[in-house]
Every structure is written in structure tokens, then in C-alpha cells.
Design a protein around this ligand. Structure first.
Ligand code: THU
Length: 158
């Protein structure tokens, strides 16, 4: 039977990460208070490292009309695209903070975000490393955003 395996690294804490990844996660954590999440009280922030080394941050922005909420990941991709048009994102750190409890495990991107991260990778034909951590606890590192979207839809199918 065909199987699909996902390989990733799980580090016990950010200190175990390589320096650039540690720095990116720190930038995401610093951006958390910018989150506008009065409805869910679930802050999500991301920091993207671009190919030229620039770091760009973004966060979730909610709306009283709930389906209009903007997730942190596409907000960060959009911020990167406006600050450095045409420049690929090579790594993204994503972190969360809930007002309801301490999330001590990584919250992984929702399906829509995975699709948007995957599109970025296919557009630039470049892998985007993902660094995920909850408020505390282990850090998961995936070499490619596509790793968390098995059998993802791509423009090649159109
Ligand atoms: N959220 C993100 O920003 N990214 C995700 O991948 C999952 C969910 C936000 C949307 C909403 O503002 C809050 O988290 C709760 O769903």
C-alpha cells in the first residue's frame, strides 16, 4: 500500500535551534502583541525570512464578521510581497498565544494557510522552512511548507 511519510525535527526548546531560526522565532514572538484578535483571543504571529535576509512580521487580524478574519501566515506573505516584491520567503516562524490556556505545543497552520504557503513555494520553486512553537514547549521544524500539505493542489493541475 502506498504510504506518505512526513519528516520533521522536534527540538525541546528554541535554544536548540540554529541561530537564524532562533532569531526568526524571537521576531514572531515579539510581534504577537500586534495581533488583533478580540473575538478568539488567540494571537498568532509569524516572521518571514526573505532570500535577501530581510525579516518581515505579520499577525492575525479578526473581524466582527468572522469569515473575514485574516490569518497571520497570509498576512505575513502579503507584507513580505509589498516590502520586497518578487523576493521569496525562505523561512517562516509561526507562534501563538491563547488567552484561555498556555499552549505548550506548536499550533500548526490551518488548511487555507497551508495552501497559501504551498503556492508560494511552487511560485518561486523554492522550499520554505517552517519553525513552529506554541507559547512554550517544543519547536517543530519542517524543511518545506509542502511537507504539511500532502497531495496539495497546485497550478500544475489547471
Ligand atoms: N489563525 C491564524 O492566524 N493562522 C492559522 O493558521 C490558524 C488560525 C487565526 C485566525 C483567528 O484569528 C484565530 O487564529 C483563531 O482561529
Amino acid at each position: 500500500m502506498p504510504t506518505h511519510k512526513i519528516t520533521y525535527n522536534a527540538y525541546p526548546s528554541p535554544e536548540a535551534l540554529e541561530a537564524l531560526d532562533q532569531e526568526l522565532l524571537k521576531a514572531a514572538k515579539l510581534a504577537l502583541p500586534n495581533s488583533y484578535s478580540p473575538y478568539s483571543k488567540f494571537q498568532v504571529a509569524a516572521a518571514a525570512r526573505l532570500e535577501d535576509g530581510t525579516v518581515v512580521t505579520g499577525w492575525n487580524t479578526e473581524n466582527a464578521a468572522y469569515p473575514m478574519c485574516i490569518c497571520a501566515e497570509p498576512a505575513t506573505l502579503a507584507a513580505a510581497a509589498s516590502q520586497r516584491p518578487g523576493m521569496p520567503v525562505v523561512a517562516m516562524a509561526i507562534t501563538v498565544k491563547s488567552a484561555n490556556h498556555v499552549l505548550d505545543q506548536p499550533a500548526s497552520p490551518c488548511g487555507s494557510c497551508r495552501q497559501q504557503l504551498h503556492e508560494h513555494e511552487t511560485r518561486f520553486e523554492m522550499k520554505m522552512k517552517l519553525i513552529l512553537q506554541g507559547e512554550s514547549g517544543p519547536v517543530y521544524v519542517f524543511d518545506s511548507a509542502g511537507d504539511i500539505l500532502p497531495f496539495g493542489f497546485s497550478g500544475k493541475m489547471l
